[in-house]
Ligand binder design. Structure first.
Ligand code: DX5
Ligand code: ZN
Length: 214
């Protein structure tokens, strides 16, 4: 069964606590938290005090997606808050292995994220130790964008590398995920589905979560 990760970026920021309770009741597996710095991506989302408040409220694990330059900056703080998973972008650092180790040393799962144009080969040498690979299926920075179909080839390529090597990483997809694109991605090998606008805009959250779980 797929895991469903609602992206809280699509939630109602004035009533985030209510949205968290409702999404948990709807069967969400993990919350996806998008951190944007206005540098790596052309948008700013929210920062540490908001993550802390979400961590205190949530009863399910948190997945922090760092769309930031210097992704090594706040790893100890996220660990302290009880975050379970942290992903950072391969395009944002010259030292991805060191950052992966830092995340692991703080007791969290480490993920490496790839922009739509970045080939999977870029992260090949992290695969033996990384916990998950985040294939961006939109250009990072905004919710509500259209799924980029050419990214599906990358999921397939990664799934083959996983099969051939016997490594144990999960494949996460993020951006433009709805019932149709989720099916395409899971067929290609993805198991962690991030969804923002599709989930939050659906009238029946439980049904929407169940459908994505497959
Ligand atoms: C985009 C973010 C996504 C975003 C997904 O930069 O990484 O997590 O919130 O939103 P939707 O599902 O609306 O594309
Ligand atoms: Zn994200």
């Amino acid at each position: 069964m797929n895991k469903v990760l609602p992206s809280l970026l699509a939630g109602d920021f004035m009533r985030l606590g209510d949205d968290i309770e409702k999404m948990e009741a709807a069967g969400a597996d993990i919350f996806h938290l998008d951190i944007m710095d206005g540098q790596f991506v052309p948008n700013i989302s929210y920062g540490l005090p908001v993550v802390k408040a979400i961590a205190e409220k949530s009863t399910i694990p948190l997945d922090v997606h760092l769309m930031t330059n210097q992704p090594e900056q706040f790893i100890p703080e996220f660990a302290e808050m009880g975050v379970a998973m942290v992903s950072f972008h391969i395009e944002a650092t010259a030292h991805p292995h060191r950052i992966m180790q830092l995340i692991h040393n703080h007791g969290m799962k480490a993920g490496i994220a790839l922009n739509p144009h970045t080939p999977v080969n870029m992260v090949k040498h992290l695969l033996p130790e990384i916990d998950f690979v985040l294939i961006m299926t939109v250009n990072p920075g905004f919710g509500g964008q259209e799924f980029i179909s050419s990214c599906v080839d990358k999921i397939e390529e990664l799934a083959v590398m996983k099969e051939d090597s016997g490594y144990d990483f999960a494949i996460e997809v993020d951006g433009g995920i709805n019932n149709e694109t989720a099916e395409i991605c899971t067929k290609a090998g993805a198991g962690l589905l991030v969804s923002g606008s599709h989930l939050f805009k659906s009238g029946d959250w439980k049904r929407a979560v169940d459908t994505l779980k497959g």
